[in-house]
Design a protein around this ligand. Structure first.
Ligand code: SF4
Length: 299
């Protein structure tokens, strides 16, 4: 069979589901290529992670679609999920990706994970995910610290020739002095990430940053995702985290259920925070907004 793969999002980040589908079809003796509208394929798979990615109008009507972006939450069939990812379809990817755990213990109202993945559970070991010829692993776990298996896996990576990233962030509420010590003993690709999505989380995140600092991790090595809904709240959190020296990254809220775009104000706020030179020199969002309007009116 001639199989076509379509990665709707084109983020540059490899799509794990498509890599597993590719591996499974190649194991059946099929030919697998990226889908292109002018060529015939026996079967086409399209994955879409983000709801805001526009749907491709040219895909064949019988395309097999998957991913949160299509509103489809089903997991891959077991035999496909069991495959090792086919990294050859993303030749620029120089690390392994995968999950140690699936699911989450929490039910944050803005998040699709509880609906999509359910309760936290053990999934893979780091040795199963690591590529034999690469030392970097990007884990996409949603709440690895909430699972004993996840913590055990992290312990077993200490002293190994691996550098890691948990790109969905760690749950700051679960960082204790003992966990901070463990995190400080691991080798990180660049950042230890966590999220500060509400005012209530601010003290918790700052406490976690302090615990890490006591174990020798500088605050600038901590990357904090900041959900932006209420601007005043997001600004309080952004400024407080900048003061402790963390790397802050603002993410405007997108309503996945109703497919609603963030407001212009949320996008402007994210531009202020995420442009590091501006964020570090323009102290408040009001100052940034005033300056931006002055530039537009003068030009
Ligand atoms: S802790 Fe993270 S993954 Fe879990 S429900 Fe909340 S936002 Fe989603």
């Amino acid at each position: 069979m001639h199989i076509g793969l379509h990665d709707s999002d084109q983020t540059g980040f490899p799509n794990l589901a498509l890599m597993k589908i590719s591996a499974w079809h190649k194991a059946q003796g099929d030919t697998v290529e990226w889908w292109a509208p002018m060529f015939p394929f026996d079967r086409v798979y399209s994955s879409k992670v983000f709801t805001f990615t526009p749907e491709c109008a040219y895909l064949p009507p019988d395309t097999i679609k998957g991913g949160t972006g299509y509103g489809i939450y089903e997991e891959l069939p077991e035999e496909i999920d069991a495959m090792e990812p086919d990294y050859s379809i993303y030749p620029e990817c120089d690390h392994a990706i995968g999950f140690l755990t699936r699911g989450c213990i929490r039910r944050c109202p803005w998040c699709v994970v509880p609906k999509k993945e359910g309760a936290i559970r053990q999934y893979r070991t780091w040795q199963e995910i690591k590529r034999p010829d690469r030392r970097d692993i990007v884990f996409m776990d949603n709440n690895v610290l909430a699972c004993a298996h996840g913590i055990e896996q992290m312990r077993s990576m200490v002293g190994q020739n691996v550098r890691i990233d948990f790109n969905q962030g760690l749950d700051a509420r679960l960082i204790t002095p003992e966990i901070a010590k463990l995190l400080s003993n691991l080798r990180w690709i660049r950042f230890i990430r966590m999220s500060c999505d509400t005012d209530a989380m601010l003290d918790v995140v700052i406490r976690a940053i302090r615990m890490l600092e006591e174990c020798g991790v500088k605050p600038y090595r901590v990357f904090v995702y900041l959900l932006v809904q209420d601007i005043a709240s997001a600004e309080r959190r952004a400024i407080a985290l900048r003061e402790v020296g963390a790397e802050v990254f603002a993410q405007p809220y997108r309503d996945f259920e109703n497919n609603m775009e963030p407001t212009k104000e949320m996008k402007a706020f994210a531009r202020w925070v995420n442009h590091k030179a501006i964020f570090n020199s323009v102290r408040t969002f009001a100052e940034y907004d005033t300056h931006k309007h002055a530039v537009v009116c003068d030009s």
